[in-house]
Write a protein that binds this ligand. Structure first.
Ligand SMILES: Cc1ncc(COP(=O)(O)O)c(C=O)c1O
Length: 403
């Protein structure tokens, strides 16, 4: 009796779960994924790496060796900043690629998502402004919303954030942070041009505002020329967030940050509150993968898979889509972006798409301050080639029937 009465009283409100948690929206993408995982649905909705890209056999061998050679260390508690050999090799790699770094600049995180969360925890007080691209990564908005951030948004074109708008936005909103996904952006697939990168680091330095360059896709370039990273241009003014999710496997939940050592020391404290440290065993796996020179050939393989799938999706779109639609042509990463005719709502199209057994993510949730009604995101990394051909055909029919 007692037990039932108690149970009946349980609700987030009765137990006074913090209002800012109760009010937080669940990720709309995760909701959409529920529909798109129905049987027979061809999904361009998720952002999952291609399952065929996972280096399973290699990881199996490395895991066995780690257990045999130093298993008791690999499953033990470890440093909040991350195991030393992994930080050393990541610092060396960054240095070779134009960002002089030491182990003190590196903090291992549980994915780039935790990097975003640690940044938000460390910097954001309720009502603070963050300057972001419009649209931007919805997982970052979710993390920032938890801390009750507000947004100064900057439009994009095919060279990325329109940096000429940034000065005015800074003067008007005094943002604490500039958050950007400069390479093969999620959701648009757009990459910031070199000139805009140079302008952005200059303006940020002038106002002494840190740039957070969320860069999980930087290594997955399959077309166009390499560009200097914001970090290599902006030095200590930039905190780079990186990830093993798209270059090894997301289930490892591993990423890293590269930032000024005095700021990394602050993040270390915040990380201790969050989870003490990231998965020790996964860190040893990542270290072995890097130190044995396995990463570069693996990246080549991933670039080939994604480049082929992106080419196929673009050629099917060109062949089949009706006029009035614009799309991006990403040089890397996992996503492309559609602008439908202005009067069309991609959100309203979504249930009809699921009826036709094809799924996408409509664009609105990616816009921090609203908008983007006629936009949507397509992922090309997860579906296989037959599904890409069939799925783009289904979308083309949907569009023709509804414009
Ligand atoms: C821009 C961006 N940042 C961060 C993440 C999260 O990545 P991770 O798996 O490393 O936490 C994603 C994942 O899709 C992303 O697209």
């Amino acid at each position: 009796m007692m037990h039932t009465e108690m149970k009946n009283k349980v609700s987030p409100e009765n137990w006074k779960i913090a209002a800012h948690v109760v009010d937080l929206e669940t990720s709309i993408i995760r909701e959409i994924l529920k529909f798109s995982s129905q049987p027979g649905v061809i999904s361009f909705a998720g952002g999952l790496p291609a399952p065929e890209s996972f280096p399973l056999e290699t990881l199996k061998v490395l895991a066995a060796e780690i257990f045999d050679n130093h298993g008791h260390i690999a499953v033990q508690y470890s440093l909040s900043r991350g195991i030393l050999p992994l930080r050393e090799i990541l610092a060396k790699r960054a240095t070779q690629r134009g960002t002089p770094s030491s182990v003190d600049n590196i903090l291992i995180t549980s994915g780039a998502q935790q990097g975003i969360e640690l940044v938000a925890r460390a910097f954001i007080e309720p009502g603070d402004y963050i300057l972001t691209e419009d649209p931007t990564y919805v997982g970052a908005l979710q993390a920032f919303n938890y801390y009750q951030a507000r947004y100064a948004t900057v439009e994009m074109d095919d060279e990325g954030m329109k940096v000429e708008q940034v000065r005015k936005k800074i003067e008007e909103f005094r943002p604490k942070l500039i958050y950007t996904v400069s390479n093969f952006q999620n959701p648009t697939g757009i990459t910031m041009s070199e000139e805009r990168r140079r302008q952005l680091v200059e303006i940020a330095a002038e106002f002494n505002i840190p740039i957070i360059d969320d860069n999980p896709y930087g290594d997955i370039r399959f077309a166009g020329k390499n560009m200097p990273t914001l970090k290599s241009l902006g030095g200590d003014g930039v905190i780079a967030l990186r990830s093993f999710s798209k270059i090894m496997a997301p289930g490892l939940r591993l990423g890293w940050m590269n930032g000024p050592s005095c700021v990394i020391a602050q993040f270390e404290k915040v990380k201790q509150c969050a989870d003490l440290h990231s998965n020790t065993f996964g860190q040893y796996l990542a270290y072995e993968f890097l130190s044995r020179g396995l990463m570069e050939p693996h990246l080549e393989m991933i670039r080939k898979i994604y480049g082929d799938k992106r080419n196929l999706m673009l050629s099917e779109i060109e062949k089949k889509f009706p006029s009035g639609i614009k799309w991006t042509k990403p040089d890397g990463g996992l996503f492309l972006w559609l602008d439908l005719p202005k009067h069309v709502s991609a959100r309203e199209l979504f249930p009809k798409a699921v009826e036709k057994k094809v799924a996408f993510v409509y664009g609105e949730p990616f816009f921090a301050n609203g908008g983007g009604k006629n936009t949507l995101r397509l992922n090309y990394s997860t579906a296989n080639k037959e599904q890409i051909v069939e799925g783009i055909g289904r979308l083309a029919e949907l569009f023709k029937a509804n414009f």
